[in-house]
Each structure stands twice: as structure tokens, then as C-alpha cells.
Design a protein around this ligand. Structure first.
Ligand code: GUE
Length: 287
């Protein structure tokens, strides 16, 4: 049995962060420190871990970050007000509303309140549409991380059959559009899909984005398939059954250490780009 190529998210993330460092340094010479604000509503413990990780990543690379915690009882209206204030705050370059929000909140309305130029998480309807049409917007971070991983290892997309498992607004749907834009033939599957194993069998590329631990089995895979596991389940378990998938795959991302760290790097990159955009505007206004 040939061993699959291990796609190392930590290495990819390190390389991206290395490239960002220079930009951050030159921005800070102009007095601009890229700043990300995260909003967490409620007290989901894994969400706490994630926003903490994002804040730490910002600080480690020389960016500024602020975490806003709102109580579970927060209303949609109150959340919209918080986002509006951040939209108007000149020192804030990026806004991230951590998903999921409590079920009484209208998450779509809240996401769409984020100003497009501060939507470094790529969650607004406008951002999604722009990404789908290959217009100017910050790409959604986990989907962008998946594409970055493919490109770092020079893996082929064009003409390949990609099967995406999951159709969520910030993962399955946008990554499907990105793969399509790179000329993959994309099948989007989901919880109502029949004979999923037979569909996955035809895939050259499998993107697992369902949120069910160890859901994708090795025997479903075509031999040599590229397996990208974007799952983040409790206990750092991916959506793929790693051991059996490892034996069938041609290349595979581990969990942890795969798509996750690259997602954070994409968030940092988008925030730095947003700050850079701000600097350009300032120069233009000066003349
Ligand atoms: N608006 C919004 N945007 C998001 O991007 C978003 C979100 N909501 N809600 C939750 C998911 C989850 N997510 C992860 C990012 C990095 C890791 C990550 O780096 N994980 C490490 C391990 C984590 C650990 O050590 O605890 C790894 O895979 O190696 C995991 C999960 C972003 N999300």
C-alpha cells in the first residue's frame, strides 16, 4: 500500500504567516495596526476556544485583536447594534461573528450587517455572491483554507470531480463555488443525499464538511483520492475516519493540524488586506 501525501496545515499556515509579517511591519510604520474584532454570543465552550485561538494568532503576529462577549439572551437587534458600531469604528479592520449564534438570533441578518469591507470572514451574502462571481471580496476562511492547501501542494483541480459533503453557508456552499471557479466538476451532497457512498466513490477530490465525527469511511473512497477534512467535532475529531481513509487516499489532511490552522491564517490574511486597503484609501484621500 502506497502511503498518502500528508497535507500539513501547520506548515502551510506558517508559510502564509511568514509572508504576512512584512506587510504588517510596513503598515505599522504608517501607524496602522491591523485589528480584528471577534463577537461571541453565548457560552459554548468550543466557540470560546476558537475565538481565543484567533485572538492569540493575531497578537503573535503583531496584529491587534479585541474579543466581545455577549450573553446568550442577546437579541438580534442588540447584536445588530454592536455590529453597526464596529462598522463605524475607524480603528477596526475586520469583524468576525462566531458561528453558531443562539437559535433565537437571526444569524443571516447579523452576518449581513457586517460591512463588506470589514467582512474578513467572508460570511455576508454580498461576500458570498462576489466570491461565486469572482468579484472583489474576502473569501470565506475555511473554504479559502481548503483552496490554499490544494495550491500549496500543487494539486490539480481542473477537470477533476470534486464531491463536497455539506452545504452550509460558510463552508460547503462557498467551497463548492470556489472549486467550480477553478474548473472542477462539483457535486454537492448533503444529509438528504441518497447512496452517498457511491457518489463519493466517483470523487477525485472529497471535501468533508458535514460536522459528523468519522462520517466518511475509507471504503467509500476511490483509490488515490484527495481527501480534505474540514470537520471540527468535539475532541478535535474530523469528519473523516482518518485511519481507513489514510489507507485509500492519495493525499489527506489530518485533524488536528490540517485545514484548521490554515483557516486561521486566512483570517489573518484577510484582516491584513483589509487594513492595507484602508492605508491605500488614506493615501488617495490625501492627494
Ligand atoms: N464565523 C465563523 N468563522 C469561522 O471560521 C468559524 C466559525 N464561525 N465557527 C467555528 C468554526 C471552526 N473554526 C475553526 C478554526 C480553526 C480550527 C483549528 O485551528 N483547529 C486546530 C486544533 C484546535 C485545538 O488545538 O484545539 C487544528 O485543526 O489543528 C478549528 C476550527 C472556525 N470556525
Amino acid at each position: 500500500m502506497k502511503e498518502p501525501l500528508l497535507l500539513d496545515g501547520k506548515e502551510v499556515s506558517k508559510s502564509i504567516k511568514g509572508q504576512l509579517k512584512g506587510t504588517i511591519d510596513s503598515l505599522s510604520k504608517e501607524g496602522i495596526v491591523p485589528k480584528l474584532v471577534t463577537i461571541l454570543v453565548g457560552d459554548n465552550p468550543s466557540s470560546h476556544t476558537y475565538v481565543q485561538m484567533k485572538a492569540n494568532a493575531c497578537v503573535r503576529i503583531g496584529m491587534d485583536s479585541k474579543r466581545i462577549f455577549l450573553p446568550t439572551e442577546t437579541t438580534t437587534e442588540e447584536l445588530l447594534q454592536t455590529i453597526k458600531q464596529l462598522n463605524e469604528d475607524e480603528t477596526v479592520h475586520g469583524i468576525l461573528l462566531q458561528h453558531p449564534v443562539p437559535s433565537h438570533i437571526d444569524e443571516r441578518q447579523a452576518f449581513d450587517m457586517i460591512a463588506l469591507e470589514k467582512d474578513v470572514d467572508g460570511v455576508t451574502s454580498h461576500g458570498f455572491g462576489s466570491t461565486a462571481f469572482q468579484l472583489n471580496a474576502y473569501p470565506c476562511c475555511t473554504p479559502a483554507a481548503i483552496m490554499e492547501m490544494i495550491d500549496y501542494y500543487n494539486l490539480e483541480i481542473e477537470g477533476k470531480h470534486a464531491v463536497v459533503i455539506g452545504r452550509s453557508p460558510i463552508l460547503g456552499k462557498p467551497v463548492s463555488m470556489m472549486l467550480l471557479n477553478r474548473n472542477a466538476t462539483v457535486t454537492i451532497s448533503h444529509s438528504r443525499t441518497e447512496n452517498l457512498d457511491q457518489i463519493v466513490k466517483q470523487a477525485d477530490i472529497v471535501v468533508a464538511a458535514v460536522g459528523k465525527p468519522k462520517f466518511v469511511k475509507g471504503e467509500w473512497l476511490k483509490e488515490g483520492a484527495l481527501v480534505l477534512d474540514a470537520g471540527y467535532n468535539k475532541g478535535n475529531i474530523g469528519d473523516c475516519d482518518y485511519d481507513t481513509c489514510y489507507n485509500q487516499a492519495g493525499a489527506i489532511t489530518p485533524v488536528p493540524g490540517g485545514i484548521g490552522p490554515v483557516t486561521i491564517a486566512m483570517l489573518l490574511r484577510n484582516t491584513v488586506l483589509a487594513a492595507q486597503q484602508k492605508a491605500v484609501q488614506r493615501t488617495v484621500n490625501h492627494f
